[in-house]
Design a protein around this ligand. Structure first.
Ligand SMILES: [Mg+2]
Length: 249
């Protein structure tokens, strides 16, 4: 049978990897130091401007208080920023402040939290790797947290970003990955999702038909279940892992 080259070649070109989506926290930076610092400045703000609110609780009682807010507001489960603002509001109400003061205070305390939360320190190699990848691929961010990639030093490298807050669902929910598909207009198999969370990132993306790379900077053991297509311990290994997937897909 005579074989034509055209459609085949077109198909191969079509299936080339063209989009890389990234988880953010613990994939491009360690999130814990920024979160700890952000909690501290938020606490400082409350102590200074709303005495009697947060200082009425010891650490354990404060955690119980937070849990009760989470329980009463399941609708804010995927809205981490709104959930935090609600908690800050209720903390001040419990401390005897008026609704108006509590509203203003919640917003201001959250603002100082958010500024500190964005002072993330990228993994040493992250920015140069992202710069290199951005020359060749469309880069996107998919985060369940409240970090905004456009408020970081990597802003220039990203073509799009979706947060669980914006989508109204958290990874591994398909809606997060569908947002990337819709945004880019490519097929799922042309996307590689890169992330540190076996469930949220790897299973979630794989279920959507995307390729996956597990970022395992902490040398963790893979839990049960199907592994990612590739694994890296350092982002420097990423360009090669992407090419590998592209060549073996
Ligand atoms: Mg993560």
């Amino acid at each position: 049978m005579l074989r034509t080259r055209g459609p085949n070649a077109a198909k191969i070109a079509k299936m080339t990897i063209s989009v890389i989506t990234f988880d953010l926290d613990n994939t491009l930076w360690d999130v814990e130091p920024a979160l700890i610092k952000a909690e501290q400045v938020q606490q400082q703000w409350l102590l200074q401007h709303r005495p009697g609110a947060v200082d009425a609780f010891d650490q354990e009682a404060l955690f119980e208080f937070k849990k009760s807010v989470w329980k009463r507001h399941p609708e804010l489960l995927h809205h981490v920023s709104q959930m935090r603002t609600q908690m800050l509001y209720e903390l001040q109400i419990a401390g005897g402040y008026s609704e108006e003061d509590a509203h203003i205070g919640a917003q201001q305390a959250f603002d100082v939290f958010l500024v500190a939360r964005h002072k993330v320190v990228f993994y040493e190699e992250a920015l140069s790797v992202l710069e290199r990848l951005a020359q060749r691929y469309t880069l996107g961010a998919l985060t369940n947290g409240n970090a905004d990639i456009y408020k970081t030093d990597a802003a220039d490298y990203f073509d799009f970003a979706f947060s669980a807050e914006y989508i109204g669902a958290s990874k591994p929910h398909p809606a997060m990955f569908q947002a990337a598909l819709k945004q880019t207009g490519v097929a799922a198999e042309q996307i590689i999702h890169v992330g540190d969370d076996p469930e949220h990132d790897i299973r979630g993306a794989r279920d959507m038909g995307m390729h996956t790379i597990w970022v395992n900077t902490r040398q963790k053991t893979w839990p049960d279940g199907d592994r990612a297509d590739r694994e890296v311990e350092n982002l420097r290994q990423l360009p090669k892992a992407i090419l590998d997937i592209n060549d073996h897909r």
